[in-house]
Design a protein around this ligand. Structure first.
Ligand code: ADP
Ligand code: MG
Length: 583
């Protein structure tokens, strides 16, 4: 046989590549909105016709483009946002791959009008299936308008795959929410078949949430805030009574970019532990701010998955901060609040607040905004305050933080503990492990099953497949709902209530090590041991003194053993005398 390889013609290659970025009208809306934001727009207008099949037009008042840039913008890998691959790690714009416009133009008819503020006239370009049909000067106000017509007109197979208009429009709305929510300082107007659907004015984050999801959510919102210096978390969670049986409104943003994370979703779910009926999910709107070099956004063509340098720490931050917020607003009365601490600080900080509504380093709360009017007494018992003095973020979240100088967290997750005589470097995770091991509690064997929001896939080795066959019936009894997808992929749909799902994968790895499978009793015993182990926390889960104090308290009751049964150290004593000689 002779040579068979040939290069694909450009238009075919472009259409294929477009498939990665443009799956449906909603993907076009997302990309164009992101470009408008990257261009610094303050007002964005979106016009949709027939769920985006026939027209998607985005108008912005951003920087605009020069005539040459307007042409260049449709080339593949043409971008003004990065120069080298290194730049991806310091990126502050939404886009950087330079693929969106090229992809969209490959599968639609596109009309672009744009003008830079200092240019006397604008430029208009018309393209069909990647070909520039004409470019000419035009009158246009500063900014850009892109109209995308007849999406997939030249790829009938893809057009056929589009769902009905209501489904496609729903996707558009979902993308719109994801972009509009974290950009409350930009106004958005969205029209469908000339009817206004959203008119979002500039405001603050909480206003944007309410403008999109309705005022009825107002009394349910609980503010969440923590700043660790290198990373901060802010936003809102909805109280348990507003939880939904289906997925509800769940949004994570990192540096104002929406992302999905089943793992971090678990952190919120964990924080609501014991507050929700099985099957219910909390609503949340959480913003993470982190230096761009600590995340990688380039692991997914639509950039909806993010890799964090230290995901465990982000998990712990979210779980602890949300938990604390729920406690402060008396949503979770079981949380401990040692004494009426913070009363003074609430009183003083409540009255010395600035009138601008800006709180340094924190979320912004307007003077007149108070979603918690009815509950100001909350965790502070019977003391009540005028509502306007109870701006949520004015409460000192960690009132005892400065008094407890005997305990300090180190950047590597260990803690320094001065017990009066000695100074110890402790590993609270290991101490917790021992506490769990020693505890009498065991797993609920007639477990209530909780469906996972996102089924988890586990890829089984050959021996694991055989094991699964033997233990499947036992696993069903303790509350797992499993499915085999393909030969070796196990789909975990539901898990026993209370299982630490963040460690589900490693839990399964350990389950497959169980060899006691002859009788149900033997299996259950081995299973319980693993259950306990999976409930243990790591040192990175400990961010707050209160938690570490609790561990120390319990650990003291055990006699403060230095080692775990497997020989690992729980703490080491610092040789203070030796330090003296060093000075
Ligand atoms: P990326 O956003 O990854 O750079 P795109 O294909 O989405 O790639 O856009 C290519 C370039 O076109 C952008 O880098 C930007 O310079 C320019 N551009 C696109 N849309 C706009 C807009 N609405 N306003 C100004 N410039 C734009
Ligand atoms: Mg872009």
């Amino acid at each position: 046989m002779g040579d068979v390889i040939q290069l694909l013609p450009d238009h075919v290659a472009n259409q294929i590549a477009a498939g990665e970025v443009v799956q449906r009208p909603a993907s076009v809306v997302k990309e164009l909105l992101e470009n408008a934001l990257d261009a610094g727009s303050e007002n964005i207008e979106i016009h949709i016709r027939d769920a985006g099949r026939n027209l998607i037009q985005i108008l912005d008042d951003g920087n605009g483009m020069s005539p040459t840039d307007a042409r260049m913008a449709f080339e593949r890998h043409a971008t003004s946002k990065i120069r080298s691959s290194e730049d991806i790690f310091t990126i502050s714009t939404k886009g950087f791959r330079g693929e969106a416009l090229a992809s969209i133009a490959a599968v639609a008819q596109v009309e672009l009008r744009t003008r830079q503020a200092d240019a006397p006239v604008g430029t208009a370009i018309y393209l069909e299936g990647s070909d520039i049909k004409f470019q000419e000067p035009c009158q246009f106000s500063p900014g850009t308008s892109i109209s995308v017509k007849n999406l997939f007109y030249n790829v009938p197979a893809r057009r056929k795959f589009l769902k009905n208009n209501s489904v496609e429009f729903r996707h558009i709305i979902d993308e719109f929410h994801r972009v509009a929510l974290p950009h409350p300082d930009t106004a958005f107007d969205l029209f469908h078949n000339d009817e206004p659907v959203f008119r979002l004015r500039k405001g603050q984050f909480q206003h944007r949430i309410l403008d999109i999801f309705g005022r009825k959510l107002q009394p349910a919102l609980v503010p969440v805030q923590e700043d660790l210096g290198w990373v901060s978390l802010s936003g809102y969670v909805a109280k348990p009574e507003a939880a939904k049986k289906n997925r509800g409104e769940q949004f994570f943003f990192v540096n104002n970019r929406f992302f999905k994370s089943p793992y971090l979703h678990r952190a919120v779910q964990d924080a609501f532990e014991g507050l929700l009926l099985p099957g219910y999910s909390p609503s949340y709107f959480l913003l993470i701010e982190i230096p761009p070099e600590k995340i990688d956004v380039n692991i997914h063509p639509q950039k909806t998955e993010i890799k964090f340098e230290d995901e465990n720490l982000i998990f712990a931050l979210i779980r602890s901060t949300v938990k604390r917020a729920l406690g402060i607003y008396n949503v979770a009365p079981s949380l401990r609040f040692d004494a009426p601490l913070g009363l003074e600080s609430v009183l003083s900080s409540g009255t010395t607040s600035s009138s601008s509504g800006h709180i340094s380093g924190g979320i912004q709360v307007p003077r007149d905004y108070n979603p918690f009017k009815d509950e100001v007494a909350g965790p502070l018992g019977s003391v009540s305050f005028p509502a306007q003095d109870m701006e949520p973020s004015k409460i000192n979240l960690f009132p005892d933080e400065d008094l407890d100088e005997d305990l300090m967290r180190l950047p590597n997750g260990y803690w320094l503990y001065n017990d009066g005589e000695r100074c110890l470097m402790i590993d609270p995770g290991r101490m917790h492990r021992l506490l769990v091991k020693e505890s009498k509690d065991s797993s609920p064997l007639t477990a209530v099953s909780t469906p996972l929001l996102f089924s988890m896939e586990y890829h089984m080795s050959e021996p694991e497949r055989l094991r699964l066959r033997q233990m499947k019936k036992y696993l069903a009894k303790v509350g797992f709902q499993l499915e085999i997808k393909h030969e070796s992929t196990l789909l975990i749909n539901s898990v026993p209530y209370g299982l630490n799902e963040a460690r589900l994968h490693s839990f399964f790895e350990r389950l497959f090590e169980i060899t006691e499978l002859d009788s149900e009793e033997a299996f259950l015993q081995a299973y319980q041991e693993r259950w306990k182990a999976s409930q243990a926390r790591s040192r990175f889960d400990f961010l707050y003194k209160k938690d570490v104090e609790e561990v120390i308290k319990q650990f003291t009751k055990l006699g403060f053993p230095k080692y775990l049964p497997d020989g690992k150290r729980c703490y080491m004593e610092l040789p203070l005398e030796e330090f003296k000689n060093k000075f």
